[in-house]
Design a protein around this ligand. Structure first.
Ligand code: GAR
Length: 218
């Protein structure tokens, strides 16, 4: 059993999808804590409802980003966390934090990276930009976190078509429901079952068969 810490800032629908898959025994892990930098994040409520330790802790409670991250590193190490799962967490970790947990931090981003990633690209902003550009396809990406925002090695990606009558909201909904809630729990399952190998920028998935469950054939 692996131990996860999930970082959130918003509604936590991805957190919910992960909790649901853990509950039915699909992911061999427990969530030790859910950490939010937004006090009113509904994700904290979801954690409490599921008996998971819910912690609100903000960068603003510390004199510097380094102090904040040092506190988090000590806490996560004291809890013996195996993987850090970012699920809509609006904060960019520094090199210090990322190096402490190399290839142990994963994130989901609502576009086909490296398109529509980086600073300022989060949540609905991503879908607005996708529509403004006139994209015909979009999707979501699960990746390891490294020092470049949204730039770490890619674990899974899946695409859908953009419709002519899509709004940022309809696109966000389809990307969440049809892609994110499926590929994120699956990536975490693969990680917790030690079926992911990182070779430089390349991520090798050792169980290709299971990817078919979410419509990925490689
Ligand atoms: C998700 O769409 C996630 O991909 C995105 O925030 C949303 C969180 O929703 N993350 C980013 O944009 C990161 N750059 P949720 O709180 O319902 O899981």
């Amino acid at each position: 059993m692996k131990k996860l810490a999930v970082f959130v800032s918003g509604s936590g629908s991805n957190l919910q999808a992960i909790i649901d898959q853990i509950k039915i025994g699909e992911i061999p892990a427990t969530i030790s804590c859910v950490i939010s930098n937004k006090k009113d994040a509904y994700a904290l409520e979801r954690a409490r409802k599921n008996g998971i330790q819910a912690i609100y802790i903000s960068r603003r409670d510390f004199p510097s980003s380094l102090e904040y991250e040092k506190y988090l590193v000590n806490f996560l190490k004291s809890q013996k966390i195996d993987y850090i799962v970012l699920a809509g967490f609006l904060y960019i970790f520094s090199e210090y934090f990322v190096e402490e947990f190399r290839n142990k931090i994963i994130n989901i981003h609502p576009s086909l990276l490296p398109a529509f990633g980086g600073k300022g690209m989060y949540g609905i902003n991503v879908h607005k930009s996708v529509l403004e550009y006139g994209m015909k396809v979009t999707g979501a990406t699960v990746h390891f976190v490294d020092v470049v925002p949204d730039g770490g090695p890619i674990i899974l990606q899946k695409a859908i078509y953009v419709r002519e009558d899509d709004t940022p909201e309809t696109l966000q909904k389809r990307v969440l429901e049809e892609i994110e809630w499926k590929i994120y729990p699956l990536a975490i399952k693969l990680l917790c079952e030690d079926k992911i190998e990182v070779v430089g920028r390349k991520v090798i998935i050792k169980d290709k068969e299971i990817l078919k469950k979410v419509g990925i054939e490689i």
